[in-house]
Structure formats: C-alpha cells, structure tokens
Design a protein around this ligand. Structure first.
Ligand SMILES: *Cc1c(COP(=O)(O)O)cnc(C)c1O
Length: 435
C-alpha cells in the first residue's frame, strides 16, 4: 500500500467510524445539496442585452424585418457555434427533436431504412426515425451508458443507413470504434450531443467526429434558451438538405452563400426556424460554454479524486475521461439492492444521489412495444421486417441490468468547494457500509 492509499484508507476508517445519518447519526449536511439547471445560473446582462436589442429594434424574425439588412442574431449564433464545434456548417433550429428530424432529412432516411440507436436514450432518438418512416433498431448500452460498440455490428443489415451515437449524461460515446464500424459497412454516423454539449472526444469537440450531429438547447442541457437546437456537419449537400428541410424546402441567401452553389431542388419540408429572441440568448450562452464546461468538469474531477482510493470502488466507464462533462459521478454496485441502499444512505446524509437519468429504456415503453403511430398505415412497422420486429424487456436485458447497478451525485458547475467536500465526505462515510 503506498502512502496515498494508506492515508485514504485511514480517512475511510475514520469516516466509516461516524454513525450513519440513516442510523441516527449526524448527517454530513444540515439541508439537502441540490444541483440546479446550468445555463440559467449564468444568465446576466449579456442575455438581457440580446433580448432588449430584439425588442427595441422590433426585429424578431431571422430572415427579414423592420429596417434594412436582415437581423443577425441567429446567423451569428450559427457562425460561432460552428466555430466552437469545429465544423464547417451549423444550422439553428427550434429544439433538439427538430434537429434530429432535420438530420434524418439530411441523411435521407425514409421507409425501409434502419437506424441503429441505443436502447437507453431520449424519446426523440427513436421518434425522429419513426416520423421519417424509418425503423429504429435498438442496441444494448455498456457501462458508459452509451451504445455498446460490440452490440452494433450484428444488427447491421442491407437496410441499415445510420448508427446514432448518443453521448449520454455528459459522457462521450466510444467514437473510434463506432466510426470504424460505420466506415467498414458504409453506414453513416449521427452524433446526438444533446446531453453533452461542450464535451469532447480525444481532444475533438463532440459533434465534429460523425457525418452529421445534433445538439439541444432545452433547459436541461449545457447552455439554454429554454428551447433550441442545432445541426452541424462538414458536408455541403447534407447541410443544404438540412437548411431546406427546416425552412419549407427553400434555401435563403445566407445558407446558399455558405454552400457555394445550391445543388438540390425544392422539396417538402417543415418549419423549424429559430427566432431572433432565442438566437440572441443562445449567442450569449455559447460565449459562456467553455466557462460552464470548465466549472462542471473541475467539480466532477474533485469528487473523483476525493473518492478514488476507496477500497473496491468502481466508476462508470469513461471512453475519454478528459472529454467528459462530469454531469454526474456514477458508482457501480454489485446488484440493485446495494445500489438502492447507497441511494437511501446518501439521502439521509442530505447528499442525494440518483440512478442514471434523463433518458428512458425505449424498447420497454408501451408506445414502442405496441408500435403506436398517428396513422395505422405508417410505413415504419408495416414492412415485413417492421411487422416481425419485437421490442420489450427481453430485447435489452444488459441495458436494464446496468441501469440497476449505478447511482451517483449530480454535479453543478456552481458547487462551492464545501459542496464537493460534502459529496466526498458523504460517499466516504457511506460506501464502506455497503461494499
Ligand atoms: C434532450 C434530448 C433530445 C431532444 O432535445 P429537445 O430540445 O428536448 O427536443 C434529443 N436527444 C437527447 C439524447 C436528449 O437528451
């Protein structure tokens, strides 16, 4: 045992010696520690000024308005967002879900096409595929809570067009392995970065590795205007198709100029245009992205370092620890019973922890199991393959098992040193009583 481990072990003995709050001892904190939404904690005069500009000029629409030149808030947000994500093009849209539907259009997903997605992710990952007429094929997750690269390849068929790599709860998916599978089979990779805006993989911003990528700016995500989203890509044709899809098939001067020359005809699209109010707030927020990411990462790192020496401790698998946001610090237990005991003991210490969150196990949801769509003839589940495919818990046992064995504290970018010390103290106190 080296000195650091020895000191850690002694601290653990001392911590374990204190009576647990669940058994009548003094809790680590007097009142429960709470994580807050990140973006709004950083709202200040910059967001206010952006909104005031839109109100005072009376120019809320991105393409034209009172006065001469078109307003530029959404346009500037797109430019700065693309630069931050190290991609050629960025398109602002109304939500992450709208961004996924736009990406499906850019990828030309339609009836008969299959998209491989993780069994554990947000509803939109599957609904965007279904609403394009395509068929979602679920793969298991691994202990990073992201799609398990070793469960993808055997699900690829001649109909597979896209693998959706979702970077869940702040943690980058294993992009090297996923991209290699995609390239080998001629299947495109879409990165869904909604839960990891600002994260990176091996030094590259999440969203810059796949063929096309999406982000959400809804309240729960890294930066926010309440709602909002973006699509990024380096491919001028996919960008043109995305821009046209989000604006009823048209291509306006700004985007037309970006792609050089239009290559596509008008087609049936939707309207997912971002307003200047949202664009202004997002512009102020993207300029704070690095500050927020550094803060939350720093706090997560302190917690990891403060408990790493606990005998037997195991963490969530991180394909790139440096690139992770640190949304939460997850500990692994041998079974659900121990995990639930950890949750109960930590709650008593007023340092609450939670299982993996912010997503759902899609293959067990009744609307997926029963294949419910707005119209009975919706093409997703009327093909031979669509009819025969079965969902339900028996199709994702590994995913369900992993989600039962993990829990951890959420991390807030504005936690004080005292807050992270309390997290460390509570875990050090409680963990030896379980493992
Ligand atoms: C939040 C989220 C979305 C959808 O974003 P909205 O802005 O809420 O529509 C898509 N994918 C994932 C993984 C998400 O977490």
């Amino acid at each position: 045992m080296n000195r650091r481990n020895f000191v850690g072990a002694m601290a653990a003995v001392a911590a374990a010696a204190q009576p647990l709050a669940a058994q009548g001892g003094k809790p680590v904190r007097e009142t429960p520690l709470r994580a807050d939404f990140w973006g709004p904690q950083y709202y200040d005069d910059q967001e206010r000024q952006q909104l005031t500009d839109v109100l005072e000029t009376g120019r809320p629409f991105r393409w034209y308005g009172r006065g001469g030149q078109p307003p530029m808030k959404v346009a500037t947000f797109e430019k700065e967002f693309a630069a931050r994500m190290n991609t050629k093009y960025a398109l602002a849209v109304t939500s992450g879900t709208a961004a996924l539907e736009t990406a499906m259009a850019a990828l030309q997903i339609g009836p008969g096409d299959e998209v491989i997605i993780p069994a554990w992710t947000w509803h939109s990952s599957a609904t965007s595929v279904v609403r394009a007429g395509g068929l979602p094929i679920f793969a298991e997750i691994d202990e990073s809570f992201n799609i398990d690269p070793s469960d993808i390849e055997h699900r690829i068929t001649s109909k597979t067009k896209v693998i959706m790599a979702v970077h869940l709860q702040g943690c980058p998916a294993d992009m090297d392995r996923i991209m290699a599978i995609g390239r080998k089979h001629g299947v495109k990779v879409l990165e869904d970065c909604a839960q990891s805006v600002g994260g990176s993989y091996k030094g590259r911003p999440l969203g810059s590795l796949g063929d096309i990528s999406i982000y959400s700016h809804q309240l729960n995500k890294t930066i926010t205007a309440g709602e909002g989203g973006a699509v990024v890509t380096n491919d001028p044709v996919m960008f043109e198709r995305a821009a046209r899809f989000h604006d009823l098939g048209g291509l306006r001067g700004l985007h037309s100029g970006l792609v050089g020359q239009p290559r596509l005809d008008v087609f049936v699209g939707a309207n997912y245009r971002m307003s200047e109010f949202t664009g202004g707030v997002m512009l102020a927020q993207v300029r704070k992205l690095d500050r927020i990411v550094d803060a939350v990462r720093g706090n997560a790192k302190r917690v990891y370092e403060g408990i790493r020496d606990l005998p037997g401790i195991r963490f969530r698998h991180l394909p790139d620890p440096e690139g992770e946001l640190g949304t939460a610090v997850f500990l692994r237990f041998d079974n659900k019973q121990n995990r639930d005991k950890f949750i109960a003991l930590m709650k008593a210490e007023n340092v609450p922890v939670a299982p993996p969150g912010g997503s759902v196990v899609l293959p067990v949801l009744p609307y997926i199991v029963k294949k419910v769509t707005v119209h009975p003839d919706w093409p997703t589940w009327t093909t031979g393959r669509g009819k025969s495919i079965k969902y339900g818990p028996a199709t994702c046992p590994k995913t369900l098992g992993i989600l039962d064995r993990f829990a951890g504290p959420a991390i807030d970018p504005k936690y004080t040193r005292r807050d992270t010390d309390d997290i460390i103290a509570a875990i050090r106190k409680v963990y030896p009583a379980i493992a």
